[in-house]
Design a protein around this ligand. Structure first.
Ligand SMILES: [Zn+2]
Ligand SMILES: [Zn+2]
Length: 231
């Protein structure tokens, strides 16, 4: 028995036999089934490039623009959930109020997916130094650091403000805000030839494209994709 991190009701975490008998690390659920169901998964009707939900067509308008800007060299983004009111509330608790325990819910939502799909390197998008100081933790590394081996080669330039406070147009005009940290040893154990950039929410794609541009220098010739829990 345990207490749900969201509604505080006591519940019995379900156990999956397949997980017990395999060597896969077993994670006990942190939220009850009722709360888990409040988060809505993206369906198959989504953009083939960034996973945004679509009513019709194959590629969303954001990706049409990125395709033009980058002459076809688009960034494949994997996402699992819709950014709706339930998710917004969770992110307000986590980021605005700095509730560190909420990272366990975010981990629960993406753990299975991330452990099924393998990459050589997992690079978290860094939090701005100002925000990290205010919350006392780096929001993205705190989510993924417990469930994946991270290679934190990206640094955020000082004075580059968080995207959350900007309008869509302002976000798109944001200049490159990342640098490669030359002190991080990348190592050479290439198996998949793939790198995954990790973020929480994909909004305009501006941040992730900047991260990708920067990482091309650190991982020449490798296939770079991104993951966001929401789209
Ligand atoms: Zn609950
Ligand atoms: Zn798209």
């Amino acid at each position: 028995m345990r207490k749900c991190l969201l509604c505080e009701q006591v519940f019995t975490p379900d156990i999956f036999f397949a997980e017990i008998f395999s060597l896969k690390k077993y994670r006990e659920r942190k939220i009850c089934l009722h709360c888990l169901k409040q988060f809505r998964r993206l369906t198959d009707k989504k953009c083939a490039i960034c996973s945004k939900m679509l009513d019709k067509g194959i590629i969303c308008t954001d990706c049409v623009r990125w395709k033009k800007i980058y002459q076809g060299d688009v960034l494949r983004n994997h996402a699992l959930y819709r950014y709706d009111a339930t998710f917004h509330d969770l992110m307000v608790s986590y980021k605005r109020r700095g509730d560190y325990a909420m990272r366990e819910i975010l981990q629960e939502l993406c753990y299975e997916y991330l452990n099924k799909n393998k990459y050589d390197y997992y690079v978290p998008v860094p939090t701005s130094p100002e925000h990290q100081m205010r919350r006392q933790f780096d929001t993205i590394s705190a989510i993924y650091g417990d469930i994946l081996p991270l290679t934190p080669v990206l640094i955020k330039k000082e004075g580059s403000h968080a995207q959350g406070e900007k309008s869509k147009e302002e976000r798109l005009k944001t200049p490159q805000g990342f640098l490669i940290d030359k002190n991080i040893n990348i190592g050479e154990n290439i198996q998949t030839g793939k790198v995954l950039i990790l973020d929480d929410i994909y909004t305009t794609g501006r941040t992730l494209y900047h991260a990708r541009d920067c990482l091309k220098e650190a991982f020449p010739g490798m296939q770079i994709e991104s993951f966001s829990i929401c789209r």
